[in-house]
Design a protein around this ligand. Structure first.
Ligand SMILES: Nc1ncnc2c1ncn2[C@@H]1O[C@H](COP(=O)(O)OP(=O)(O)OP(=O)(O)O)[C@@H](O)[C@H]1O
Ligand SMILES: [Mg+2]
Length: 249
């Protein structure tokens, strides 16, 4: 087990504000993630979850506040430089390359990193072990995969660059419970066995808070609650807003 209580944060977000024109999507967000942690960010449609994730890559740019990764202030860095800093993203809507094969999609992910051919081969083997379905579909075009398989491919592609921090935006969106469980199980394995640090954005609060060590609740561009996953799951406000009567508990 990694001792995560005392470590310096791998990602530290301080008073982050971001806007699209006049729409202020983030109104001063504080959030940190320690090495080896899985942190869940939950919130309703339009709360600003995707904006927070994308603003780590500078799209949109912070209007105020700071984003520090591994001790380096990345707030004002160009997006392509941030992408080379060992942070990888599987964005909302799993944007894989539909006309490329599974193999080519994974190769593209590997090429985004700076690893040796040996490391790339080893990482590929790890991904195909973690997601056996991708091994079976290795030569198949991305666009012909099922929704769940495309999500697995999007995550595996992001991981091919061997990031230290993985950002996942709604990996369970539109997926059946069984596939969701498989994907969450793979994330848990990567965290436990490979020490991967994860920020997961989800409307599916039940799954996400069970998976995560800690969670944050985002409401209208502001963090309103934070705590351990178990602690948040037990709070009546969280249950009322994001579990019972909320979208797929
Ligand atoms: N490109 C954009 N241009 C203008 N406004 C945007 C843009 N993207 C997001 N917004 C607005 O910013 C706010 C936050 O959106 P965001 O996509 O971050 O929410 P979210 O929490 O990810 O929601 P969902 O759960 O539906 O994915 C919303 O009010 C949204 O309409
Ligand atoms: Mg979103």
């Amino acid at each position: 087990m990694t001792n995560i209580s005392g470590a310096n944060p791998l990602l530290k977000i301080e008073n982050l504000r971001a806007a699209y024109g006049k729409i202020e999507a983030l109104k001063g967000v504080d959030l940190d993630i320690k090495p080896g942690e899985i942190v869940a960010l939950i919130g309703a449609n339009g709360a600003g979850k995707s904006t927070l994730m994308m603003s780590i890559f500078g799209k949109p740019r912070a209007k105020a506040g700071r984003i520090v990764f591994d001790g380096i202030d990345i707030t004002a860095l160009p997006t392509h430089q941030i992408a080379r800093m060992s942070i990888a993203q599987s964005p909302e809507g799993r944007r894989i390359f539909p006309r490329m094969s599974v193999a080519e999609n994974l190769q593209m992910g590997a090429d985004a990193g700076i690893n040796t051919e040996a490391t790339k081969a080893e990482t590929l083997e790890r991904m195909l072990t973690l997601f056996p379905r991708l091994r079976e579909r290795y030569a198949q075009r991305g666009g012909t995969l099922s929704g769940g398989e495309q999500q697995m491919l999007a995550i595996a592609r992001a991981l091919m660059s061997r990031p230290r921090l993985l950002l996942l935006d709604e990996p369970s969106l539109g997926l059946a419970p069984l596939v969701t469980r498989q994907i969450f199980e793979a994330i848990r394995t990567l965290n436990r066995q490979d020490g991967l640090t994860v920020l997961i954005v989800e409307q599916n609060a039940n799954h996400a808070l069970r998976l995560a060590h800690r969670g944050y609740v985002l409401v209208n561009g502001l963090i309103t609650m934070s705590g351990s996953g178990a602690d948040l799951l037990a709070r009546p406000e969280v249950r009322a807003a994001y579990l019972e009567g909320g979208r797929q508990a």
